[in-house]
Design a protein around this ligand. Structure first.
Ligand code: 5RP
Length: 237
């Protein structure tokens, strides 16, 4: 989770959004998708506290990344898999950018593929963010992460540039390609404001070698935004 804003103010906002979401949407007995990222981690930690205090019981979580799986185990949240429980009641996840339609860019933590698989198996997707993630349009504040298989990845880079993106391969601090949980690469694509995210999603989906992209369109039902003025609850109409 490098490159994230870890200031105490931002951490406090993430916690507020997480607590609101858990208190509002989580009930005992649920199968929960555990999103990845520093904001989703606050939800996992608060769920663990609620399990310890007895406020919640009989919860099992489906982790969206190895990173959140390790944190959930440390916190004491019981885990399951999508194969054991293919229907997830509720997922609480973070996002990198949220537009006025509650469409999202995700994948800043490179977990977009598992996050989308879990989201598509989920009855109710809730997104928690601090106010810095709110945007007038997707692509303005955050480049679009695109997950590609390593074989022939430079051809994907050329394709993504042909669509108008300025591309950069996601690297580790040591300068090596970042490898996702599925063994793929991430190409970050700076498009500027994406005029038609649905059209772009179709173009990306039809390309062999592109495994998934970080456009989460029509997926979030509720977005909880914590800011200096308090917590706002945005709902998809
Ligand atoms: C990981 C994600 C995260 O949800 C997104 O990057 C937000 O992370 P954070 O809460 O740390 O800002 O999509 O792939």
């Amino acid at each position: 989770m490098s490159g994230k804003d870890t200031s105490s103010t931002t951490l406090s906002l993430k916690r507020q959004a997480a607590v609101y979401a858990v208190d509002t949407f989580v009930h005992s007995g649920m199968i929960l998708g555990l999103g990845s990222g520093t904001t989703a981690l606050e939800a996992v930690r608060y769920i663990a506290e609620c399990l310890q205090s007895g406020k919640l019981s009989n919860i099992v979580g489906v982790p969206c990344s190895i990173w959140i799986e390790e944190h959930a185990i440390d916190a004491g949240v019981p885990l399951t898999t999508l194969d054991e429980n293919p229907r997830v009641d509720l997922t609480i996840d973070g996002a990198d950018e949220v537009d006025p339609h509650l469409d999202l860019i995700k994948g800043g933590g490179a977990s977009l593929l598992r996050e989308k698989i879990v989201a598509q198996a989920t009855a109710h997707e809730v997104i928690i963010v601090d106010e810095s993630k709110i945007s007038e349009g997707l692509g303005i504040r955050f480049p679009l992460p695109v997950e590609v298989i390593p074989f022939g990845w430079t051809t994907q880079d050329t394709f993504l540039r042909s669509l108008g993106a300025q591309t950069s391969m996601r690297l580790t601090p040591e300068g090596q390609p970042h490898i996702t949980n599925q063994g793929n690469y991430i190409i970050d694509c700076a498009f500027g404001q994406i005029p038609d995210p649905y059209a772009l999603a179709e173009q990306l989906q039809s390309r062999a070698g592109i495994v998934e992209h970080g456009l989460f369109l029509g997926i979030a039902r509720d977005v909880i935004v914590a800011g200096s003025e308090g917590v706002r609850h945005l709902k998809r109409p």
